[in-house]
Design a protein around this ligand. Sequence first.
Ligand code: RB5
Length: 142
Amino acid sequence: MIAIGSDHGGYALKQAIMAHLDKRGLAYKDFGTYSEASCDYPTYAKAVAHAVANGECERGIIICGTGIGVSITANKVPGIRAALCGDCFSAEATRQHNDANILCMGARVVGEGLAIMITDTFLDTPFSNDERHKRRISMIEG
Ligand code: RB5
């Protein structure tokens, strides 16, 4: 199960990503926001981050205008490794090296087509399981 959330700035892109997940047959839970009315991004970033941290969902996707506010917020939750990505190289590398469990994107930064490619790359790339990367990840919260 994928947890997905956004603020008003990311609402339209969230709808597009959910339509893409539907096409791929991937299950997700939408933690809001549910309209383009102005709202506070930490509310939705925290909801997604807690769902991933407590095991309700395996991965998360959070979108705001820049992707910055949601990534700062999500990374405050223990166990969360949220990666702000604006390109496919970073999305692939953060899965392989950081075992990132949440993808953050900025809807005012990336277009819909690129955001979908970044999402697919993030969801389809496994963690490398290399010892050096496991050691470094354990050092993040250790
Ligand atoms: C909302 O205007 C904007 O501040 C928000 O979407 C995000 O970019 C914050 O980091």
